[in-house]
Design a protein around this ligand. Sequence first.
Ligand code: SAH
Ligand code: SF4
Length: 369
Amino acid sequence: MPDELPDLRAMTLADAEAFAVACGWQRFRGEQVWRWVHDKGARDFDEMTNIAPAMRAEWATRVRIGGLTIAEVQTSRDGTQKLRLVTHDGQSIESVLIPDGDKLTQCISSQVGCAVDCQFCATAKLGLVRNLTPGEIVDQVYLARRLVPDRRITNLVYMGMGEPLHNYDALVTSLRILCDDKGAKLSARRITVSTSGLVPKLERLGNEDVRPNLAVSLNAPNDAIRDAIMPINRKWNIGKLMAALRAYPLEQRRRITFEYVLLAGVNDGLDHAAQLAQLLRGIKCKVNIIPWNPHPESPFERPSPEAIEAFQSETKRLGLPTYLRTPRGDDIDAACGQLANRAQGGGAIVPLRVKKRGPAELPPPPNVD
Ligand code: SAH
Ligand code: SF4
């Protein structure tokens, strides 16, 4: 299968229709093959049984159906499943399925690794290897659907490996594909994009035609702490971030989610809780408190249960809606911030660029736009 052919899985419906027209065919031919891939989950032209074999063969000379392969599925004692998926060029990414009563949430990756370098995050240790294509982003959903055919994936979160807004065009294309009611038929209201806070891209996202929910990894109540644990803050500090979020065009009855990874002795004091409540005053939001999930080579510690409880109580007392995220799949390194391609039985798939650095020694500002 020649790699240089355009990838049908990375096309929106409009792209596929335009492609058919450019081939000299009727527009509906584009919709026909596109629906097979994005609605019915076909992985090969041979599955497209209502298309004449000669036409299928014709398509196969002009486009490919790119995708991922499942290399490994690990199941946690709490039912969480972590999928290790491999791209056509041998890169490994991870996607996690989290059952919660009637809900089944899938956490998907947007990049191989990540360039943002948050000090507490395992994915940061990989550095950025490459962006995922829109086809590789949506195929995580299609493969998971095949893996659990008897269950519906109800919610989707872009909270796996990578910074989605650093792969902006692929993010938006993947959202258009997944939310198309002729394709995967997901509702944007049940999709959340999580970002470390790339201000110019946030401004763009607010004006797109597909409008997912927004989650922002805040993780600190002031610039001094955020500078130390999230170097991106030195480019877009809390003031700039909050200004962009206050201007963000939220749809009715929606609110911004702030993620706050709780790190013992760093950002978990009652004074930090008070600063956080003050900072978020007047913003339609909720806060997800995520006690830090451990991973090797990290200088941080998870606060004690008492400290976590005290922090949450204080934020609630001050009027901030806060929710405590209990770690899911932590026994298989599938919890937030633990995704770093450690295969079961050891061995990193992508070479780990392990950095031994404490939060006090600050890395150079990242080269991000
Ligand atoms: N890059 C995006 C999305 C992926 S990270 C972002 O940063 O928003 C998803 C979430 O996991 C972020 O809120 C991040 O703050 C959190 N996280 C990262 N490492 C963590 C860890 N070790 N323990 C708990 N949460 C972590
Ligand atoms: Fe990247 Fe998000 Fe991890 Fe920061 S927390 S390094 S932005 S994946």
